[in-house]
Design a protein around this ligand. Sequence first.
Ligand code: PLP
Length: 482
Amino acid sequence: MSNVRFFGGQQFPLEMHKVRIIQKLNLHPIEKRLEAIMGAGYNTFLLRNEDVFLDMLTDSGVNAMSQEQQAAMFRADDAYAGSATYERLHAKLTELFGMEYFLPAHQGRAAENIISRVLVREGTYVPMNYHFTTSKQHIVENGGEVVELIRPEGLDVVSDEPFKGNIDVPRLRAFIEEKTPKKVSYVRMEAGTNLIGGQPFSLQNLRETYQICKEFQIPLVLDASLLADNLYFIHEREEDASGMTVRQITAEMAANADIIYFSARKLGFGRGGGILIREEETYKNMRGLIPMFEGFLTYGGMSVREMEAITVGLDETMDIDMIDQGPQFIEYMVRELDNRGIPVIKPAGGLGAHVDAMRFVDHIPQSEYPAGALAAALYIASGVRGMERGTMSEARDAEGVEPLADMELVRLAMPRRVFTLSQVNYAIDRLDWLYQNRRHIGGMEWEEEPEILRFFYGRLRPKTDWPNTIVKRFRADFGDSL
Ligand SMILES: *Cc1c(COP(=O)(O)O)cnc(C)c1O
C-alpha cells in the first residue's frame, strides 16, 4: 500500500513523518539573486548555500535523519579498532543483505576504487546497465572499458516503461559470448540509475542478469547507492514482487549479486559507504586496500557517529513509509510540471525531477549550453538551485572538440524528507512562470573553462543581456514580491 491519498479527486503525496528540527531559509529579492549568480559565474555549483532558497542540487549527504538515527549517534563507540559501532553496522548489513563480509569505506567512490583495483584487469570490459561518473572513472583508471547495455527505452526522454534502468539481457549474453568470459571483469548493475533520471531496474531483470553471470562465472557487482528508490519502485510497480515486503525484496536482490557496494550519503540517510562481499577470497583480496586508502577495517574513514546513523537508517529503509516520500514527491512534481506542458523526463524516477532543456529552451543551440542557461535562469527566477546535466557536464576530447550530450537536463534533486509540499509547489510555480517567459532566456559561453571536470568550477557568461530581461519581466509580473 502506498501513501498516495485521494482527496476531491486530486492525488497528492502525504508525509508520514513530522518535522521537529528546522533550518531557516533565505529567499532573496530577485535583484540579489541575479548578483549572486553573476558572482558564481552563472554556475549553480559556485553559489553559496546562503544565497539559495531550495537546494535541489543533489541528494547526496543532505537527506534528513530520523530521531532514532540522531539518538543512535550518541551511543557511538569511539575506538580505532574493534568498535561495537562497527559490529552493529556489520550485523545489520548481514541481516538485510545476507552477505557475511563487509568492508567500510568513507563514501561510494572509495568503494569503487577498491573494487576496480581488485577486479578490473587491463584490457577487459565491464558491461553495465549505465555508467555513473565516478564508477566509470575508476574502471578506466584500472585499464577497463565500460560497456553500456541499457535497453533502448532507457534513453527515451518520454516513455511508459516502468523499468527504464533495465539492462538488455540478450545483448549482455551476446557480448560475453563475443568477447569471451575471461575478457569481462564483472557485470555492474546500478540501482536507481542516476544519470538517466534515477530510473529503476526490475527484480526480474536482475535475476536474469545474475543467471548469465553465474553461467559464465563472472561476478555481478550491484551499486546499491540509490537502492531505496529502486526498492520503492519494485514494491509499487513490479507484478512479480506484489505481496513482497521491502525487506524480502532487498534479500532477493542481494541473493542475485556477488558484491554490493553503496554510498551511505544516499542509502541509509548518513555519510559513508562500504562493500558487501559473498566470497571469502574476494574479501581477502580487497581487505588490504582498506587500511591503505580508507582507515582501519572497523571504520574505513567513517565517523562512528555516522556509522550508528547508517545502521538505523538501513533498518528504516525497510519501512515503505520511510522511503516513499522522495519518489512520491518527485512523481507529484513531474506530474504537475507535465500538466503545465513543461517538458520533463517520464515516467518519474527517483533522485529528482529532470527538466528537458532541449525542449524547454529549444531556441538555444547545444553549443550555448541550454541546460546550463536554464539552471541559471531558474535560480534567478526562484532561488531554486538545480544542476546542469548536459553538454557542460561533458569533457572535451584530446583535440579539444566538445561532444554534445545525449540529453540536456536540469536536475532538480529531491533531498529525502527535507522539503514540504508547498516548497515543491513553489518550485513548480516558478518553473511555470519561467516556461511562459522561456523565449527571454539566452545562451551561455565560457569565461573560464577548466580542463578537468569543468562543470564543477568553470565560470560562464550570458551571450546577451538576457538575465536582466528576466529580472524586468519578473518585476512586471510579480510587483514587489520576492
Ligand atoms: C553518488 C553515487 C556514487 C558515488 O558515491 P559518493 O558517496 O558520492 O562517492 C556511486 N554510484 C551512484 C549510483 C551514486 O548515485
